[in-house]
Each structure stands twice: as structure tokens, then as C-alpha cells.
Design a binder for this molecule. Structure first.
Ligand SMILES: Cc1ncc(COP(=O)(O)O)c(C=O)c1O
Length: 456
């Protein structure tokens, strides 16, 4: 059942059925949502009049263009599974399912979301450090392409399920990457999170236990180990560490598979393909990534354990981040410390990432204000009663005034889904998707805010 409600198309509505081929390229040269006098080809004043402010807008043509660009650059042995956590908006999921992309899920909720959205469950992988027994059972019953084992204790759950598992249900082993403290490596840095994946001796133990129990390796066994998974690092915009991560995974998977007599069909390198969040950040060079991966994949042919394997990436941010924008209206302005402070109706209750990771998103004026030629040092703050509610400390905007519309860029991933919309009981914004110039409501605005939803 579709949750999309056809809405009055705001602004341009040419009704053409085909995805636009003319999506704008950002300063990065990669497809991004149009943000200027028009937003995704539509009048932002009309959009916010019809759907309220603040408002999330996702341009599905940009998503499609980004999928095309990535696929076009990667070698033929690479598959994509969209990381649902980055944006689980049902309309976005349906669009990606329609493009033939697989999915990476991390909860039973995401399993139902991808099932409803029409993803082929044989292209769905289920990964996560805290999968409950019931969630593992649901994924096994759904017969997803692979359930990823992240801890030795999950073996007990899988053995309990062996009698109900469809024969040869796929399993993957997630390896703790060097960032988790498992070992040192020159390639992957970042804060380690020890909860992810299996240490080398744990991976051996998992395989030994499954085999001893007859759950893998026998003709009628419940499971089949199809792959090895490892996530490197997040938001990587340099192709080289991504290539080196796949090379590292190649070595580890070959070693494990050879010692345990496995023929793998999939090496899953996780997500992490990055996007620029600032004008001076360069985009991921997808051609260099593709060329480097082609060289690594060529080497697989000489390795019996990997000869029949394909590489899987689980991109979230890269596919949808730059396709989304958060529109908000300036409510008040103040002059503070030599800059104009624009207090908006949008804030970190809907776009938490700047406060969470200390990384501001770019903010631009849209609609009428975009044409005003008065560059003014500004700061953008939200309506919440906390000093943390700061969307940008320093941004040049065209002399902000009450009533102006602004847009936060790159919120198509880890935007609304990673936010805290109940805080202060402001309206919960609508999410709209735009395709071929037609806007549709994907999620209705909740006028009263989340605070009134409790039953007593
Ligand atoms: C297992 C897994 N795959 C894929 C992703 C998506 O990463 P990104 O959006 O950076 O591509 C994540 C993000 O946390 C993840 O945990």
C-alpha cells in the first residue's frame, strides 16, 4: 500500500514521466538538487505554502543520476545495496528499488520498509551489531540474500533457527576492521567502535561451530557462508583508502575462505563513500575508485575462494545526501558581533548532524531572496531553547530578512532520520519528493508536533 499521497504539484508541473536527464551538477560536478530561485525546478515559496515550513525536499531525479554516475564508473563486478539507515523515506526506497539497487538493512523495521518498497529480498543484506533473536528470525524467514554474523553468540540463534531456515540461507561474517582495535593498519583511521564485527579468532570459531553442527558445508545444510563483510570508515572522499580497504578485505577474506574451504560469492565492503559538505571539499573521484577496484577485482580471478565472487558496496550518503534539502523560513533577525543572526523555524531538531558531528552544512538563500545581491556575513540559528541549535556560525547570505527562505544542503542522508523531532513540540515537517518536476508528499506534516502524541 502506497504511503504517497498525490499532492497538488507546486510550481512547475510538466507531468513528463521520464526522469530528468538535466539535473544540475554542483560545484563538485556531481548531480545535486537545484537550490536557487527554484528548488528542484519548483517555486520554493509555493512548496512551503502548500506543505509548510520547515520542509524536507528530495529530488528523485538526482538520486537516479547519482546511481547512474556511480554504476557507470564502477567495474561490472560491483553491486550496490542502498544503506536504508541513511534515509528510510518510503518514496526514496521505492525509487531506489525501481532502479534495481539492493538494500542494506539493520533492523526489523528496515526489513519491513524494504519489503513494502518492493526491493528484491535476494538483494538485501542484514547487518548490525545488536540484532535481536526475533530480528534474525524475521530476516531468515524472509530469506534475504545474507544475514551478517557480528558476534559469536549469534551462532546460537542461527542454530536454533536452522529447522525453519530456507535451505542454504546466506550468511556473511563481519570482520572487525582495524579501526575497531582488532589490528593495526595503515588504511583505516577514525574512532574505533569495538562493538562491530568479529576478531580473527572469533571468525574461525563461528565457522568451526557452524560446520560442527552441520549447519554449513553439508548438501542439505540450513546455511551457506556466501560472503565476508567489513566496513572501513565513513564519509571518505578520497578514492585511495576505499580501494585499499577492498584490497585489505580481499586478503582477509581469501585467508579465511581458503582455510575453511569456502567459495565466496560476495565481498561486502560496507558504505563510506563520501560527499563534500563544504565548497572547498573535493568530491569522491568515482573514476579513480572504479579503476582501482577493477585492478583489485582482476586479482580475484586467480584466487579460487574468490573466483566466483562479486563486490558489494552499501552506499547511503553518496546516493541520497546531495539530493535532499531542508527548507526553512527566517523568523527574526538580529545584529550580533558584526553579523546578521537569522533565527529560523528550522533547526537541529530536524537536522541534528551539525551539532552531532560538529560539521556545518552549507546554507543558501532560495526563492526571492536568492536573487538579492547583498552578500552579508551571517549566522543561522534555530528556534530551540539551547545554544546548541546552531546550523551555521558563519555563512554569507543575501542580507537575511524575516520571511526569507533558506535551504540546508546535503540533508538527503542522515538528515531527518537522524534528528530529534519531538524536542520542543514544534510541527514535524513534511517530506516531499520531486520527480520530473512533480512534487508529492511522502510524509505528512504533523502540525501539533510530536509532544502531543502521547496517550496520557
Ligand atoms: C553496515 C553499514 N553499511 C553501510 C552504511 C552506510 O554508510 P554511508 O552512508 O556512509 O555510505 C553504514 C552506515 O553507518 C553501515 O553501518
Amino acid at each position: 500500500m502506497s504511503s504517497i499521497i498525490d499532492a497538488v504539484a507546486s510550481g512547475r508541473a510538466d507531468g513528463s514521466a521520464d526522469a530528468r536527464a538535466d539535473v544540475p551538477a554542483g560545484t563538485s560536478g556531481h548531480p545535486v538538487i537545484e537550490l536557487g530561485a527554484r528548488v528542484a525546478g519548483l517555486d520554493p515559496a509555493a512548496l512551503t505554502r502548500d506543505h509548510g515550513s520547515p520542509l524536507f525536499v528530495y529530488d528523485l531525479d538526482v538520486v537516479a543520476a547519482r546511481v547512474r554516475m556511480l554504476r557507470g564508473a564502477l567495474p561490472p563486478g560491483v553491486d550496490l545495496a542502498y544503506a536504508v539507515k541513511s534515509n528510510p523515506c518510503p518514496a526514496v526506497l521505492r525509487h531506489l528499488a525501481g532502479l534495481g539497487v539492493g538494500a542494506d538493512i539493520a533492523s526489523a523495521g528496515e526489513l519491513s520498509a524494504v519489503t513494502r518498497a518492493g526491493f528484491d529480498l535476494r538483494s538485501v543484506v542484514f547487518t548490525g551489531p545488536g540484532k535481536t533473536d526475533a530480528e534474525i528470525a524475521a530476516a531468515v524467514r524472509a530469506n534475504v540474500r545474507a544475514v551478517t554474523i557480528e558476534s559469536v553468540e549469534e551462532v546460537d540463534v542461527l542454530l536454533d533457527l536452522a529447522s525453519v531456515a530456507p535451505r542454504h540461507q546466506g550468511l556473511m561474517l563481519r570482520l572487525a576492521t582495524p579501526a575497531t582495535g582488532a589490528e593495526t593498519t595503515p588504511i583505516i583511521g577514525g574512532a574505533g567502535a569495538a562493538k562491530f564485527g568479529l576478531l580473527p579468532d572469533e571468525a574461525d570459531e563461528v565457522l568451526d561451530r557452524l560446520r560442527l553442527a552441520g549447519a554449513i558445508g553439508a548438501p542439505g545444510s540450513a546455511y551457506r557462508v556466501v560472503g565476508v563483510h567489513a566496513f572501513g570508515a565513513s564519509n571518505v572522499r578520497d578514492a585511495q583508502p576505499l580501494i585499499e580497504h577492498v584490497a585489505w578485505l580481499t586478503e582477509r577474506a581469501t585467508d579465511l575462505a581458503t582455510r575453511h574451504g569456502l567459495a565466496l560469492t560476495m565481498l561486502d565492503a560496507g558504505g563510506g563513500l563520501g560527499i563534500p559538505y563544504a565548497d572547498d571539499e573535493t568530491p569522491l573521484d568515482v573514476r579513480t575508485l572504479g579503476d582501482g577496484l577493477a585492478r583489485v577485482l582482476d586479482g580475484w580471478r586467480a584466487r579460487p575462494a574468490l573466483a566466483g565472487a562479486r563486490l558489494l558496496f552499501e552506499p547511503g550518503r553518496f546516493l541520497v545526501g546531495p539530493a535532499g534539502a531542508y527548507l526553512m523560513r527566517v523568523i527574526r533577525t538580529k545584529q550580533r558581533d558584526g553579523r546578521t543572526l537569522a533565527v529560523t523555524d528550522g533547526g537541529i531538531h530536524h537536522v541534528l548532524r551539525p551539532a552531532l558531528v560538529g560539521d556545518p552544512h552549507r546554507i543558501v538563500a532560495v526563492g526571492e531572496a536568492a536573487g538579492r545581491d547583498e552578500p552579508t556575513p551571517s549566522a543561522v540559528v534555530g528556534p530551540l531553547c539551547t545554544g546548541l541549535d546552531m546550523l551555521s556560525e558563519a555563512v554569507e547570505l543575501p542580507a537575511p530578512r524575516a520571511g526569507d527562505l533558506l535551504a540546508v544542503r546535503d540533508v538527503g542522508a542522515y538528515g531527518f532520520t537522524e534528528s530529534m523531532p519531538l524536542f520542543l513540540s514544534h510541527p514535524v515537517p513534511a517530506e516531499i519528493v520531486v520527480r520530473s518536476g512533480v512534487a508529492r508528499v511522502a510524509r505528512l506534516r504533523q502540525e501539533a508536533g510530536g509532544g502531543t502524541a502521547a496517550i496520557w
